[in-house]
Design a protein around this ligand. Structure first.
Ligand code: ADP
Length: 454
Protein backbone atom coordinates (compact mmCIF):
# COMPACT_ATOMS: atom_id res chain seq x y z
CA UNK A 1 0.00 0.00 0.00
CA UNK A 2 1.21 3.48 -0.87
CA UNK A 3 0.20 6.83 0.57
CA UNK A 4 -1.68 9.14 -1.80
CA UNK A 5 1.13 11.68 -1.49
CA UNK A 6 3.79 9.17 -2.49
CA UNK A 7 1.71 7.95 -5.41
CA UNK A 8 0.97 11.49 -6.66
CA UNK A 9 4.64 12.53 -6.30
CA UNK A 10 5.76 9.41 -8.16
CA UNK A 11 3.28 10.16 -10.92
CA UNK A 12 4.38 13.78 -11.25
CA UNK A 13 8.08 12.90 -11.12
CA UNK A 14 7.90 10.03 -13.61
CA UNK A 15 5.86 12.14 -16.06
CA UNK A 16 8.38 14.97 -15.73
CA UNK A 17 11.40 12.66 -16.11
CA UNK A 18 9.99 11.28 -19.34
CA UNK A 19 9.17 14.75 -20.72
CA UNK A 20 12.49 16.26 -19.60
CA UNK A 21 14.41 13.36 -21.17
CA UNK A 22 12.48 13.73 -24.41
CA UNK A 23 12.96 17.51 -24.52
CA UNK A 24 16.68 17.25 -23.63
CA UNK A 25 17.24 14.57 -26.23
CA UNK A 26 15.35 16.49 -28.88
CA UNK A 27 17.16 19.77 -28.17
CA UNK A 28 20.51 17.96 -28.03
CA UNK A 29 20.01 16.18 -31.34
CA UNK A 30 18.75 19.33 -33.08
CA UNK A 31 21.58 21.56 -31.81
CA UNK A 32 24.27 18.99 -32.70
CA UNK A 33 22.81 18.41 -36.13
CA UNK A 34 22.63 22.13 -36.91
CA UNK A 35 26.15 22.64 -35.61
CA UNK A 36 27.51 19.78 -37.74
CA UNK A 37 25.76 21.18 -40.82
CA UNK A 38 27.32 24.54 -40.16
CA UNK A 39 30.77 22.99 -39.75
CA UNK A 40 30.33 20.90 -42.94
CA UNK A 41 29.51 24.07 -44.84
CA UNK A 42 32.65 25.71 -43.49
CA UNK A 43 34.65 22.64 -44.43
CA UNK A 44 33.33 22.64 -48.00
CA UNK A 45 34.29 26.30 -48.33
CA UNK A 46 37.76 25.50 -47.02
CA UNK A 47 38.20 22.69 -49.56
CA UNK A 48 37.14 25.05 -52.30
CA UNK A 49 39.59 27.71 -51.12
CA UNK A 50 42.49 25.19 -51.03
CA UNK A 51 41.73 23.93 -54.53
CA UNK A 52 41.46 27.51 -55.88
CA UNK A 53 44.71 28.53 -54.22
CA UNK A 54 46.72 25.61 -55.69
CA UNK A 55 45.04 26.14 -59.05
CA UNK A 56 46.12 29.81 -59.09
CA UNK A 57 49.64 28.92 -57.93
CA UNK A 58 50.01 26.29 -60.67
CA UNK A 59 48.71 28.73 -63.33
CA UNK A 60 51.26 31.34 -62.24
CA UNK A 61 54.20 28.96 -62.84
CA UNK A 62 52.56 26.90 -65.60
CA UNK A 63 54.06 23.69 -64.14
CA UNK A 64 54.40 21.83 -60.89
CA UNK A 65 57.15 23.08 -58.59
CA UNK A 66 58.00 21.59 -55.24
CA UNK A 67 56.77 24.80 -53.68
CA UNK A 68 53.42 25.01 -55.51
CA UNK A 69 50.79 25.67 -52.85
CA UNK A 70 53.19 24.76 -50.07
CA UNK A 71 52.23 27.92 -48.12
CA UNK A 72 49.09 26.04 -47.23
CA UNK A 73 51.01 23.41 -45.29
CA UNK A 74 51.25 25.45 -42.10
CA UNK A 75 47.55 26.30 -42.13
CA UNK A 76 46.75 22.63 -42.82
CA UNK A 77 48.88 21.52 -39.92
CA UNK A 78 47.18 24.01 -37.60
CA UNK A 79 43.80 23.03 -38.99
CA UNK A 80 44.42 19.30 -38.38
CA UNK A 81 44.23 18.10 -41.93
CA UNK A 82 46.86 16.77 -44.33
CA UNK A 83 47.50 17.94 -47.85
CA UNK A 84 49.12 15.95 -50.61
CA UNK A 85 49.66 17.56 -54.01
CA UNK A 86 50.07 15.19 -56.99
CA UNK A 87 50.66 15.74 -60.67
CA UNK A 88 48.43 14.30 -63.34
CA UNK A 89 50.27 10.96 -63.14
CA UNK A 90 49.62 10.71 -59.44
CA UNK A 91 53.27 11.44 -58.56
CA UNK A 92 53.49 13.24 -55.24
CA UNK A 93 54.80 16.80 -55.60
CA UNK A 94 54.73 17.33 -51.87
CA UNK A 95 52.68 15.84 -48.98
CA UNK A 96 52.18 15.87 -45.26
CA UNK A 97 52.47 12.87 -42.94
CA UNK A 98 49.10 12.04 -41.40
CA UNK A 99 50.72 10.42 -38.37
CA UNK A 100 51.90 13.85 -37.22
CA UNK A 101 48.30 14.70 -36.45
CA UNK A 102 47.31 11.50 -34.72
CA UNK A 103 48.64 12.40 -31.27
CA UNK A 104 46.92 15.73 -30.89
CA UNK A 105 44.86 15.75 -27.68
CA UNK A 106 41.70 17.46 -28.81
CA UNK A 107 41.50 15.29 -31.92
CA UNK A 108 40.88 12.31 -29.67
CA UNK A 109 37.56 13.77 -28.61
CA UNK A 110 36.58 13.90 -32.28
CA UNK A 111 37.60 10.26 -32.73
CA UNK A 112 34.70 9.22 -30.50
CA UNK A 113 32.38 10.28 -33.33
CA UNK A 114 33.87 8.26 -36.21
CA UNK A 115 36.56 6.25 -34.47
CA UNK A 116 39.42 8.33 -35.84
CA UNK A 117 39.54 6.64 -39.22
CA UNK A 118 41.76 8.57 -41.58
CA UNK A 119 39.83 9.48 -44.71
CA UNK A 120 40.90 11.44 -47.75
CA UNK A 121 39.14 13.41 -50.43
CA UNK A 122 40.74 14.15 -53.78
CA UNK A 123 40.05 17.25 -55.85
CA UNK A 124 41.20 17.93 -59.41
CA UNK A 125 43.51 20.82 -60.30
CA UNK A 126 42.76 22.09 -63.80
CA UNK A 127 44.34 24.49 -66.24
CA UNK A 128 42.42 25.62 -69.31
CA UNK A 129 39.90 22.84 -68.83
CA UNK A 130 42.58 20.07 -68.59
CA UNK A 131 43.29 18.13 -65.46
CA UNK A 132 46.88 18.85 -64.49
CA UNK A 133 47.03 17.36 -61.04
CA UNK A 134 45.29 16.48 -57.83
CA UNK A 135 45.15 17.70 -54.29
CA UNK A 136 44.32 15.14 -51.63
CA UNK A 137 42.90 16.40 -48.32
CA UNK A 138 42.99 13.87 -45.50
CA UNK A 139 41.66 14.12 -41.97
CA UNK A 140 40.87 11.94 -38.99
CA UNK A 141 37.26 13.03 -38.63
CA UNK A 142 34.41 13.57 -41.08
CA UNK A 143 34.05 17.12 -39.78
CA UNK A 144 37.08 18.91 -38.45
CA UNK A 145 36.58 20.89 -35.32
CA UNK A 146 38.95 23.29 -33.66
CA UNK A 147 39.49 23.04 -29.92
CA UNK A 148 37.13 26.02 -29.48
CA UNK A 149 34.50 24.30 -31.59
CA UNK A 150 34.67 21.19 -29.42
CA UNK A 151 34.55 23.29 -26.25
CA UNK A 152 31.55 25.19 -27.62
CA UNK A 153 29.74 21.96 -28.47
CA UNK A 154 30.54 20.47 -25.08
CA UNK A 155 29.36 23.57 -23.24
CA UNK A 156 26.05 23.52 -25.12
CA UNK A 157 25.58 19.86 -24.22
CA UNK A 158 26.48 20.61 -20.62
CA UNK A 159 23.94 23.46 -20.50
CA UNK A 160 21.22 21.23 -21.90
CA UNK A 161 21.96 18.52 -19.32
CA UNK A 162 22.23 21.07 -16.49
CA UNK A 163 18.91 22.63 -17.58
CA UNK A 164 17.32 19.18 -17.63
CA UNK A 165 18.65 18.31 -14.16
CA UNK A 166 17.60 21.66 -12.71
CA UNK A 167 14.11 21.22 -14.16
CA UNK A 168 13.99 17.74 -12.67
CA UNK A 169 14.91 18.99 -9.19
CA UNK A 170 12.36 21.80 -9.48
CA UNK A 171 9.71 19.33 -10.63
CA UNK A 172 10.42 17.04 -7.69
CA UNK A 173 10.12 19.94 -5.23
CA UNK A 174 6.94 21.26 -6.90
CA UNK A 175 5.41 17.79 -7.07
CA UNK A 176 6.06 17.30 -3.35
CA UNK A 177 4.43 20.64 -2.64
CA UNK A 178 1.40 20.07 -4.88
CA UNK A 179 0.85 16.48 -3.87
CA UNK A 180 0.81 17.68 -0.27
CA UNK A 181 -2.02 20.05 -1.17
CA UNK A 182 -4.03 17.06 -2.37
CA UNK A 183 -2.98 14.52 0.14
CA UNK A 184 -3.29 16.51 3.37
CA UNK A 185 -7.05 17.19 3.25
CA UNK A 186 -7.77 13.67 1.94
CA UNK A 187 -5.62 12.16 4.70
CA UNK A 188 -7.40 14.31 7.23
CA UNK A 189 -10.85 13.24 6.01
CA UNK A 190 -9.74 9.59 5.88
CA UNK A 191 -8.42 9.74 9.46
CA UNK A 192 -11.60 11.47 10.53
CA UNK A 193 -13.83 8.79 8.99
CA UNK A 194 -11.82 6.11 10.80
CA UNK A 195 -12.38 7.98 14.07
CA UNK A 196 -16.09 8.33 13.27
CA UNK A 197 -16.36 4.63 12.49
CA UNK A 198 -15.01 3.94 15.97
CA UNK A 199 -17.92 5.88 17.43
CA UNK A 200 -15.99 9.01 18.40
CA UNK A 201 -18.08 11.84 16.94
CA UNK A 202 -16.37 14.68 18.78
CA UNK A 203 -14.01 15.49 15.93
CA UNK A 204 -13.64 18.11 13.22
CA UNK A 205 -11.44 18.33 10.14
CA UNK A 206 -9.58 21.63 10.13
CA UNK A 207 -7.13 21.32 7.21
CA UNK A 208 -8.73 23.73 4.75
CA UNK A 209 -8.16 23.33 1.03
CA UNK A 210 -8.50 25.75 -1.87
CA UNK A 211 -9.54 22.90 -4.15
CA UNK A 212 -13.32 23.06 -4.46
CA UNK A 213 -14.06 19.33 -4.41
CA UNK A 214 -11.74 18.69 -1.45
CA UNK A 215 -13.22 21.59 0.50
CA UNK A 216 -16.73 20.21 -0.22
CA UNK A 217 -15.59 16.80 0.98
CA UNK A 218 -14.15 18.29 4.17
CA UNK A 219 -17.33 20.29 4.84
CA UNK A 220 -19.51 17.25 4.21
CA UNK A 221 -17.59 15.05 6.61
CA UNK A 222 -17.73 17.80 9.24
CA UNK A 223 -21.51 18.06 8.78
CA UNK A 224 -21.75 14.27 8.90
CA UNK A 225 -19.78 14.22 12.16
CA UNK A 226 -22.03 16.89 13.65
CA UNK A 227 -25.18 15.03 12.59
CA UNK A 228 -23.86 11.75 13.95
CA UNK A 229 -23.04 13.48 17.21
CA UNK A 230 -26.54 14.95 17.49
CA UNK A 231 -28.09 11.60 16.60
CA UNK A 232 -25.91 9.85 19.12
CA UNK A 233 -26.92 12.28 21.87
CA UNK A 234 -30.58 11.97 20.89
CA UNK A 235 -30.37 8.18 20.86
CA UNK A 236 -28.86 8.11 24.33
CA UNK A 237 -31.41 10.63 25.56
CA UNK A 238 -34.25 8.68 23.95
CA UNK A 239 -33.25 5.48 25.72
CA UNK A 240 -33.01 7.22 29.08
CA UNK A 241 -36.28 9.12 28.47
CA UNK A 242 -38.18 6.00 27.44
CA UNK A 243 -36.95 4.06 30.43
CA UNK A 244 -37.86 6.98 32.67
CA UNK A 245 -41.33 7.32 31.13
CA UNK A 246 -41.97 3.61 31.49
CA UNK A 247 -40.46 3.29 34.94
CA UNK A 248 -42.65 6.03 36.47
CA UNK A 249 -46.09 4.51 35.83
CA UNK A 250 -44.74 1.02 36.55
CA UNK A 251 -43.39 2.17 39.92
CA UNK A 252 -46.67 3.81 40.83
CA UNK A 253 -48.56 0.65 39.87
CA UNK A 254 -46.13 -1.65 41.65
CA UNK A 255 -46.05 0.38 44.89
CA UNK A 256 -49.79 0.77 45.05
CA UNK A 257 -50.52 -2.85 44.18
CA UNK A 258 -47.97 -4.08 46.76
CA UNK A 259 -49.49 -1.80 49.39
CA UNK A 260 -52.95 -3.15 48.60
CA UNK A 261 -51.72 -6.77 48.67
CA UNK A 262 -50.02 -6.15 52.01
CA UNK A 263 -53.20 -4.57 53.29
CA UNK A 264 -51.48 -1.21 53.84
CA UNK A 265 -53.93 0.48 51.46
CA UNK A 266 -57.53 -0.60 51.41
CA UNK A 267 -58.72 -1.62 47.93
CA UNK A 268 -61.11 1.19 47.02
CA UNK A 269 -62.76 2.06 43.71
CA UNK A 270 -61.04 5.44 43.79
CA UNK A 271 -57.59 3.82 44.14
CA UNK A 272 -58.34 1.30 41.43
CA UNK A 273 -59.54 4.15 39.14
CA UNK A 274 -56.27 6.05 39.76
CA UNK A 275 -54.24 2.95 38.97
CA UNK A 276 -56.33 2.38 35.87
CA UNK A 277 -55.52 5.95 34.75
CA UNK A 278 -51.84 5.16 35.10
CA UNK A 279 -52.33 2.07 32.94
CA UNK A 280 -54.22 4.19 30.37
CA UNK A 281 -51.44 6.80 30.37
CA UNK A 282 -48.93 4.03 29.93
CA UNK A 283 -50.91 2.65 27.00
CA UNK A 284 -51.13 6.13 25.49
CA UNK A 285 -47.36 6.48 25.65
CA UNK A 286 -46.88 3.19 23.86
CA UNK A 287 -49.50 4.18 21.24
CA UNK A 288 -47.82 7.52 20.67
CA UNK A 289 -44.45 5.80 20.28
CA UNK A 290 -46.07 3.59 17.67
CA UNK A 291 -47.49 6.59 15.82
CA UNK A 292 -44.08 8.24 15.96
CA UNK A 293 -42.40 5.12 14.63
CA UNK A 294 -44.70 5.28 11.61
CA UNK A 295 -43.91 8.91 10.96
CA UNK A 296 -40.21 8.38 11.24
CA UNK A 297 -40.16 5.47 8.86
CA UNK A 298 -39.21 6.54 5.35
CA UNK A 299 -42.25 4.89 3.81
CA UNK A 300 -44.89 7.20 5.26
CA UNK A 301 -47.20 8.50 2.53
CA UNK A 302 -49.46 11.52 2.55
CA UNK A 303 -52.68 11.79 0.60
CA UNK A 304 -52.92 15.31 -0.71
CA UNK A 305 -56.24 17.00 -1.32
CA UNK A 306 -57.45 20.57 -1.58
CA UNK A 307 -58.18 22.01 1.86
CA UNK A 308 -59.78 25.36 2.63
CA UNK A 309 -57.70 26.25 5.66
CA UNK A 310 -60.18 28.77 7.10
CA UNK A 311 -63.06 26.27 7.23
CA UNK A 312 -60.78 23.45 8.26
CA UNK A 313 -59.41 25.38 11.27
CA UNK A 314 -62.76 26.66 12.34
CA UNK A 315 -64.06 23.05 12.49
CA UNK A 316 -61.15 21.98 14.66
CA UNK A 317 -61.59 24.96 16.98
CA UNK A 318 -65.21 23.97 17.58
CA UNK A 319 -64.05 20.68 19.10
CA UNK A 320 -62.08 22.59 21.72
CA UNK A 321 -64.71 25.06 22.94
CA UNK A 322 -66.07 22.65 25.52
CA UNK A 323 -62.67 21.76 26.99
CA UNK A 324 -61.73 25.46 27.02
CA UNK A 325 -64.92 26.40 28.79
CA UNK A 326 -64.16 23.86 31.51
CA UNK A 327 -60.91 25.75 32.25
CA UNK A 328 -62.57 29.11 31.66
CA UNK A 329 -60.20 29.76 28.75
CA UNK A 330 -61.39 31.84 25.80
CA UNK A 331 -60.65 30.71 22.27
CA UNK A 332 -60.60 33.42 19.65
CA UNK A 333 -60.42 32.67 15.96
CA UNK A 334 -59.42 35.41 13.55
CA UNK A 335 -59.20 35.16 9.75
CA UNK A 336 -57.69 37.98 7.67
CA UNK A 337 -60.22 38.67 4.93
CA UNK A 338 -59.68 38.86 1.17
CA UNK A 339 -57.94 35.52 0.54
CA UNK A 340 -58.98 32.05 -0.41
CA UNK A 341 -56.95 29.93 1.94
CA UNK A 342 -56.65 26.92 -0.32
CA UNK A 343 -53.76 24.52 0.23
CA UNK A 344 -52.83 21.01 -0.78
CA UNK A 345 -52.57 18.82 2.28
CA UNK A 346 -53.39 15.56 4.01
CA UNK A 347 -56.59 16.34 5.89
CA UNK A 348 -56.21 13.74 8.66
CA UNK A 349 -52.58 14.46 9.33
CA UNK A 350 -53.02 18.24 9.37
CA UNK A 351 -55.95 17.77 11.75
CA UNK A 352 -53.55 15.93 14.02
CA UNK A 353 -51.15 18.92 13.85
CA UNK A 354 -53.70 21.51 14.95
CA UNK A 355 -55.26 19.22 17.54
CA UNK A 356 -51.82 18.77 19.10
CA UNK A 357 -51.08 22.51 19.01
CA UNK A 358 -54.47 23.47 20.49
CA UNK A 359 -54.24 20.69 23.12
CA UNK A 360 -50.85 22.02 24.17
CA UNK A 361 -52.28 25.54 24.28
CA UNK A 362 -55.08 24.39 26.55
CA UNK A 363 -52.84 22.15 28.63
CA UNK A 364 -50.18 24.78 29.29
CA UNK A 365 -52.55 27.72 29.88
CA UNK A 366 -53.88 28.35 33.34
CA UNK A 367 -57.50 29.03 34.27
CA UNK A 368 -58.97 32.25 32.76
CA UNK A 369 -56.31 32.38 30.06
CA UNK A 370 -56.88 32.84 26.37
CA UNK A 371 -55.91 31.18 23.11
CA UNK A 372 -55.92 33.02 19.79
CA UNK A 373 -55.85 31.35 16.41
CA UNK A 374 -55.00 33.65 13.50
CA UNK A 375 -55.04 32.86 9.83
CA UNK A 376 -53.45 35.30 7.40
CA UNK A 377 -51.14 35.37 4.40
CA UNK A 378 -48.10 37.09 2.97
CA UNK A 379 -46.76 37.07 -0.60
CA UNK A 380 -45.74 33.41 -0.58
CA UNK A 381 -47.36 31.81 2.46
CA UNK A 382 -50.52 31.14 4.39
CA UNK A 383 -49.73 31.48 8.06
CA UNK A 384 -51.54 29.87 10.97
CA UNK A 385 -50.69 31.32 14.35
CA UNK A 386 -51.67 29.60 17.61
CA UNK A 387 -50.99 31.89 20.52
CA UNK A 388 -51.62 31.34 24.23
CA UNK A 389 -50.84 33.27 27.37
CA UNK A 390 -49.91 30.18 29.33
CA UNK A 391 -46.82 29.11 31.26
CA UNK A 392 -44.45 29.55 28.28
CA UNK A 393 -41.29 27.59 27.55
CA UNK A 394 -37.90 28.33 29.08
CA UNK A 395 -35.11 29.30 26.67
CA UNK A 396 -33.22 26.14 27.76
CA UNK A 397 -36.16 23.93 26.74
CA UNK A 398 -37.11 25.77 23.56
CA UNK A 399 -34.49 24.25 21.18
CA UNK A 400 -35.54 20.70 22.15
CA UNK A 401 -39.33 20.75 22.20
CA UNK A 402 -39.55 18.95 18.83
CA UNK A 403 -37.33 16.09 20.00
CA UNK A 404 -38.87 12.73 20.76
CA UNK A 405 -40.08 12.41 24.36
CA UNK A 406 -38.78 15.84 25.28
CA UNK A 407 -40.81 17.52 27.96
CA UNK A 408 -40.10 20.83 29.57
CA UNK A 409 -39.15 20.64 33.25
CA UNK A 410 -42.38 22.25 34.39
CA UNK A 411 -44.61 20.05 32.28
CA UNK A 412 -42.69 16.94 33.32
CA UNK A 413 -43.36 17.63 36.95
CA UNK A 414 -46.80 19.16 36.90
CA UNK A 415 -48.62 18.52 33.63
CA UNK A 416 -49.57 15.26 32.05
CA UNK A 417 -47.95 14.48 28.68
CA UNK A 418 -45.70 12.19 26.70
CA UNK A 419 -43.36 14.59 24.88
CA UNK A 420 -44.30 13.17 21.53
CA UNK A 421 -47.03 15.57 20.33
CA UNK A 422 -44.70 18.20 18.86
CA UNK A 423 -42.41 15.57 17.33
CA UNK A 424 -45.38 14.24 15.38
CA UNK A 425 -46.37 17.82 14.47
CA UNK A 426 -42.90 18.52 13.11
CA UNK A 427 -42.88 15.32 11.06
CA UNK A 428 -46.24 16.12 9.46
CA UNK A 429 -45.21 19.72 8.78
CA UNK A 430 -42.02 18.51 7.09
CA UNK A 431 -44.01 16.09 4.94
CA UNK A 432 -46.05 19.10 3.73
CA UNK A 433 -42.87 21.10 3.02
CA UNK A 434 -44.22 23.69 5.44
CA UNK A 435 -42.35 25.25 8.38
CA UNK A 436 -43.06 25.61 12.07
CA UNK A 437 -41.60 28.19 14.46
CA UNK A 438 -42.17 28.56 18.17
CA UNK A 439 -41.68 31.81 20.09
CA UNK A 440 -42.13 31.72 23.78
CA UNK A 441 -41.43 33.70 26.92
CA UNK A 442 -41.51 31.81 30.14
CA UNK A 443 -44.42 32.93 32.28
CA UNK A 444 -46.00 34.97 29.47
CA UNK A 445 -47.08 32.59 26.75
CA UNK A 446 -46.25 30.81 23.55
CA UNK A 447 -46.81 31.55 19.87
CA UNK A 448 -46.58 28.78 17.29
CA UNK A 449 -46.46 29.78 13.60
CA UNK A 450 -47.07 27.29 10.82
CA UNK A 451 -46.29 28.51 7.31
CA UNK A 452 -47.68 26.77 4.24
CA UNK A 453 -46.40 27.58 0.76
CA UNK A 454 -49.16 29.18 -1.30
P1 ADP B 1 -46.26 16.97 25.79
O1 ADP B 1 -47.23 18.06 25.56
O2 ADP B 1 -46.86 15.62 25.73
O3 ADP B 1 -45.39 17.17 26.97
P2 ADP B 1 -45.19 17.93 23.33
O4 ADP B 1 -44.27 17.28 22.38
O5 ADP B 1 -46.51 18.32 22.79
O6 ADP B 1 -45.28 16.98 24.55
O7 ADP B 1 -44.48 19.20 23.91
C1 ADP B 1 -43.15 19.14 24.37
C2 ADP B 1 -42.87 20.14 25.42
O8 ADP B 1 -42.95 21.46 24.86
C3 ADP B 1 -43.85 20.13 26.52
O9 ADP B 1 -43.50 19.21 27.52
C4 ADP B 1 -43.78 21.55 27.04
O10 ADP B 1 -42.71 21.69 27.95
C5 ADP B 1 -43.48 22.35 25.80
N1 ADP B 1 -44.70 22.99 25.22
C6 ADP B 1 -45.32 22.64 24.06
N2 ADP B 1 -46.33 23.49 23.80
C7 ADP B 1 -46.37 24.40 24.80
C8 ADP B 1 -47.17 25.52 25.10
N3 ADP B 1 -48.18 25.90 24.32
N4 ADP B 1 -46.90 26.23 26.23
C9 ADP B 1 -45.89 25.86 27.05
N5 ADP B 1 -45.06 24.81 26.80
C10 ADP B 1 -45.31 24.08 25.71
Amino acid sequence: MQTIRKRLSLMFVSCSIVSILLVTLFVNITVNKKFDHYMEDLQDKRYQRIVNYINEDYKRDGKWLESTGKELMHEAYMGNYCLTVKDVNQNVIWGMDSHDLQNRDHLKSMFTQDNGVYTTKTFEITDGGDVVGYVEIGQYSSVLLSKEDIDFKASINKSIIAGGLLTLVLTILLSLYFSKQFSNPIKDVANMSVTLSKGNFDIKSSSESNIEELENLRNSINILAEKLKVQDTLRKKLVSDISHEIRTPLNVLQNNLEAMIDGVFPVTTERLTNLNEEVIRFGRLINNLNVLKEFESESIKIHLEKIKLDEFLSDICKDFYLAAEAKNITIEYYIAPGMSYMINGDRDKLKQVFINLLSNGLKFTNQNGSITIKLYGDAQHFIVEVKDNGIGISSEDLPFIFERLYRGDKSRNQIDGTGIGLTIVKNIIDLHKATIDVDSIEGQGTTVKVKFEK
